[in-house]
Design a protein around this ligand. Structure first.
Ligand SMILES: [Zn+2]
Length: 239
């Protein structure tokens, strides 16, 4: 099983956002400190994808880091920590939130800033951060018709490739939602891989990731990155 971590906002949103999508800065920093202190190897996402494609075993202390949505705080707070350790990461961007805002009624002022084009390009140029698609407008792909799915999947790829002047081989599904129809469009659009959150029948277009939350202190983090997390999760789903 492959260990791919997924974060959303990194900030002081503890009391104003649902716990599921925010990781306080000090908690994120403690996770990265832990990985460094315990000699984990943080690999670029394509290395993990190649492992999946070729059914190669990946060392249990090798993992990848991803962020969904593309918040300004990824640049302001997460990036400096990643830079400190030279940890590569992938940020999945929702196109229409670039230079824009995420509405969140629980956030201060009702909004959270998205990454700007400049911030994205700055991180890309430094070479540590890779970008993927997280759809065009963050619509749930299972609630969209085929034409809308195509805009979300193909349109976002074209837009991001133009912005970044490079291939965008990976997509993560908003809400982790995909089915065979979605995966077919993703394949035909030329993506090499697609990412969900936990799912029972993983394949190259629905690679599971481990979501990190507000309350993932060091003990919980240790468990989530251990080889015991997936089997335990799978066991508890049947209880
Ligand atoms: Zn999302």
């Amino acid at each position: 099983m492959y260990t791919i971590l997924t974060y959303h906002t990194i900030g002081d949103h503890k009391d104003i956002l649902p716990a599921g999508i925010n990781t306080p800065i000090e908690v994120f920093r403690s996770h990265m400190d832990y990985l460094s202190e315990h000699h984990y190897r943080v690999a670029p996402l394509e290395e993990i994808v190649n492992g999946v494609i070729h059914s190669q075993k990946v060392n249990s202390k090798t993992l990848a880091i991803t962020f969904d949505d593309g918040y300004e705080d990824h640049f302001l707070y997460a990036y400096p920590v990643l830079e400190k350790y030279s940890f590569p990461a992938t940020i999945f961007l929702t196109v229409n939130r670039i230079n824009g805002y995420w509405e969140s009624e629980k956030a201060l002022g009702g909004k959270i800033k998205g990454l700007s084009r400049d911030q994205i390009l700055k991180m890309q140029n430094a070479g540590l951060i890779q970008f993927g698609s997280h759809g065009y407008s963050h619509n749930n792909l299972l609630a969209a018709n085929e034409e809308e799915q195509s805009i979300e999947i193909r349109g976002s790829k074209l837009y991001l490739e133009d912005l970044l002047s490079e291939d965008v081989p990976f997509i993560s599904y908003p809400f982790g939602a995909c089915d065979d129809g979605v995966k077919n469009i993703v394949k035909e659009a030329g993506y090499q891989a697609g990412f969900t959150i936990w799912n029972r029948k993983p394949d190259i277009y629905s690679i599971p990731r481990i979501p990190l939350h507000t309350n993932d202190g060091s003990r919980r983090f240790r468990f989530k990155i251990s080889p015991f997390y997936y089997p335990a999760k799978s066991f508890f789903r049947f209880v």
